[in-house]
Design a protein around this ligand. Structure first.
Ligand code: FAD
Ligand code: SF4
Length: 467
């Protein structure tokens, strides 16, 4: 196949479920490339000598190298190139914000469309899984034991690297299923659980990692227990940022107001969308979602699939929506309404204490704030009411204080995030941390990168103790 075609051929479109059909099911929206589509798209890459895409990837995947192998039809080599820097390619290929990372920097994007790097990564990962191409391998056990707290991308990545290096690793997870946000937060229609998340966890078990679910560190066992009676030489904290924030407006405690976290957990972890599920979920006829991030889009699109008419309320304009562009585009295609420059001021209820509407104030944009985005400013005396049976609050999350409050000397900053240095070392010797627990709510790839960095630091720390 001819190569380095750049913008001489258009970006190969990826197949997706039809919007009207997918708005009523939980199956994956994006159907991905087949081999000939993937090779054709790969043939666009210019194999730049100084690839801007690699510089923009948080874990520096050798993007042109894997794409070159793929263009030649060599999926096994492409998979092994990716595996050098990423342990979760099928997941990152699906949920990473490529448009502001690798693809956002691809030179082809200057005069046309960037290479579809994320879709190619996903194709390589899915194909190598289907064809049982394995990139795993581990050294013999070295006798040291490491505990990993939390089984989200940070914990999974840290455990993978430690196990490959020869450590005896046990993950402690408070929920009954491993995977963190990948399992309980991001919905099936974006990240299938059985075909994508479960195999990634199975790979970890194949490396010898043990996973103990239903163990809450800070309650069932403390950090001191892990490093004392349980006999672990080091601990990695990848406990995420799962504590939802609320607005503090009048009426927020009415029946029918829920956090996006609770709503999504009921649906994704507890499978409330299935007829046979024990866990109930209530959506009513009209749902209003407050917020504009990925979590808000996931909650809105889930409510839509459960049969509701859904409106997203966001206080800035579409340009400032923090959600991935692809998710906003998909949400609109599926029929989600957006009330922009609109800020809730009160949840209105009926005589039985249930939500009946959201009272909002119209906003305009003022000067930029510390985040660089223009600040929303209230328009005086301009209010509206949005009828709703359910209001889903999706305003961000922060780390749960349980572990820090039960561990002497473990420092947190003013946002409740664990204090850790560049390599993940916390203020307690032998205890490392990474992912959302340190940065606050961020991304899968950053959490995965932090987990891998901490694994290297734990290895150096434990070797240092022996020298
Ligand atoms: P988590 O994934 O939160 O995992 C932490 C784990 O630790 C959890 O399983 C938790 O149960 C466990 N835990 C917590 N406390 C304890 C304890 N005391 N004892 C034992 N276990 C404990 N990012 C993207 O890049 N792209 C997206 O499209 C995207 N969409 C998202 C959609 C939703 C709905 C959400 C909520 C987040 C989304 N994110 C997305 C963000 C991304 O998922 C997170 O940044 C990432 O999962 C953080 O990984 P983590 O390992 O640090 O934490
Ligand atoms: Fe290929 Fe774009 Fe990366 Fe250049 S910047 S190597 S064209 S993906």
């Amino acid at each position: 196949m001819e190569r380095k075609l750049g913008n001489k051929i258009p970006r190969v479109p990826v197949r997706e479920q039809d919007p009207a059909q997918r708005a009523r099911n939980f199956e994956e929206v994006c159907l991905g490339y087949d081999l000939s589509e993937a090779r054709r798209e790969a043939s666009r890459c210019l194999d730049c000598p100084k690839p801007a895409c690699v510089a923009a990837c948080p874990v520096s995947i050798a993007i042109p190298e894997f794409i070159r192998a793929l263009a030649e039809g060599d999926v096994a080599t492409a998979a092994s190139v990716i595996a050098r820097d990423s342990s979760l390619p099928a997941i990152c290929g699906r949920v990473c914000p490529q448009e502001i990372q690798c693809e956002g920097s691809c030179v082809l994007g200057r005069k046309g469309e960037p290479v579809a790097i994320g879709k190619l990564e996903r194709f390589v990962a899915d194909t190598s899984r289907r064809e049982s191409i394995s990139c795993a391998g581990r050294r013999p056990l070295n006798g040291d034991r490491v505990a990993v707290v939390g089984s989200g991308p940070a914990g999974l990545a840290c455990a993978t690297d430690l196990a490959k290096t020869g450590y005896d690793v046990t993950i402690f997870e408070s929920l009954h299923e491993p995977g963190g946000v990948l399992t309980y937060g991001i919905p099936e229609f974006r990240l299938p659980k059985e075909t994508v998340v479960a195999p990634a966890i199975e790979d970890l078990k194949q490396l010898g990692v043990k996973i103990e679910t239903n163990v809450v560190i800070g309650r069932t066992l403390t950090l001191q227990d892990l490093m004392g009676q349980e006999g672990f030489q080091a601990v990695f904290l990848g406990s995420g940022a799962g504590l939802p924030k609320f607005m503090g407006i009048p009426g927020e405690n009415r029946n029918g107001v829920v956090s996006a976290n609770e709503f999504l957990t009921r649906n994704n972890l507890m499978k409330a969308y299935r007829q046979d599920a024990d866990t109930p979920i209530y959506v009513g006829r009209r749902v209003t979602v407050v917020g504009g991030g990925n979590v808000a889009m996931d909650a809105a699109r889930t409510a839509l699939r459960l049969g509701a008419d859904v409106t997203v309320v966001y206080r800035r304009t579409e340009q400032e929506l923090p959600a991935r562009k692809e998710e906003v585009h998909h949400a609109k295609e599926e029929g989600i309404h957006f009330e922009l420059l609109t800020n809730p001021v009160e949840v209105l209820g009926d005589e039985r204490g249930w939500v009946r509407a959201l009272r909002c104030q119209r906003m305009t944009l003022g000067e930029p704030d510390e985040s660089g985005r223009r600040r929303p400013v209230a328009v005086p005396d301009d209010f509206c009411e949005i009828p709703a049976d359910v209001v889903i609050m999706s305003l961000g999350t922060s780390p749960n204080p349980l572990i820090a409050s039960s561990t002497e000397g473990l420092e947190v900053n003013r946002w409740g995030c664990l204090v850790a240095d560049e390599d993940g070392a916390t203020t307690v010797p032998g205890v490392f941390a990474g992912g959302d627990a340190v940065t606050g709510a961020a991304t899968v790839i950053l959490a995965m990168g932090a987990g891998r960095k901490a694994a290297a630091a734990i290895d150096a720390y434990l070797k240092g103790l022996k020298s």
